[in-house]
Design a protein around this ligand. Structure first.
Ligand SMILES: Cc1cc2nc3c(=O)[nH]c(=O)nc-3n(C[C@H](O)[C@H](O)[C@H](O)COP(=O)(O)O)c2cc1C
Length: 195
């Protein structure tokens, strides 16, 4: 199991969010972290079907690639999640992945009856996102979703990298400042994990 997990949420393999995430991964590795990368479009993860068998023991009834990815994330100290903005939200791949953690929400808040905000976070996470437009509220919906998703993982939303005006594949290559920020964020997170 790695120190850090990186989850690629774009359907584009070499899209803008993927290029930023791989730069962040480079930064983390060069700072001494082991990083395991997962590309959601390559995994078989069903949407949550609201079966709620998880109410018995916190385990999801659907058996697919979710369990393996979940275990890597829970064994890690941190997570970097990248998703483009699709209709002011995260991508479908990312949302499907996040929704499956409802089984952990059930375990945490219904079975273990943990009280929100009482237990300090054990993990740190970064959210990287990109969108084509530049409105001030472009990332509001996605950041809120990710913040509460991270909470289920006992993970603080430690930082974000939110990049506007990136649309076509590779647009980010013309924005070296975004790529530098991604690299810096990866190395800063790695340093934090061992602080
Ligand atoms: C289905 C879909 C919905 C989108 N919705 C938005 C949106 O609401 N706001 C926006 O600024 N860009 C939107 N975009 C543009 C993408 O965010 C943009 O192309 C981004 O760079 C894609 O990131 P990627 O290369 O990492 O996949 C949308 C693109 C698609 C395909």
């Amino acid at each position: 199991m790695a120190d850090l997990v990186a989850v690629y949420g774009s359907p584009r393999r070499k899209g803008n969010s993927s290029l930023l995430l791989s730069r962040a991964v480079q930064g983390a590795r060069n700072a001494g972290c082991t990083v395991q990368e997962f590309v959601l479009r390559d995994l078989r993860i069903s949407p949550c079907l609201e079966i709620y068998q998880c109410q018995r023991n916190g385990e999801c009834a659907i058996r697919d690639d979710f369990q393996g990815l979940r275990d890597h994330i829970l064994a890690a100290k941190g997570l970097i999640l990248a998703s483009p903005i699709f209709f002011y939200a995260v991508s479908s791949h990312t949302k499907i992945f996040m929704d499956r953690f409802q089984s952990l929400w059930v375990r945490k808040y219904r079975i273990d009856r943990e009280i929100s905000g009482k237990v300090p976070y054990r993990r740190k996470g970064i959210f990287i996102s990109v969108g084509a437009t530049k409105g001030p509220r472009l990332f509001d919906g996605a950041v809120l979703s990710v913040r509460y998703f991270f909470d289920v993982l006992d993970m603080e939303l430690w930082d974000t990298l939110l990049c506007r005006e990136l649309d076509m594949e590779g647009d980010v290559l013309n924005r070296p400042e975004y790529l530098e920020n991604a690299y810096g964020l990866g190395s800063a997170l790695a340093a934090q994990l061992y602080a």
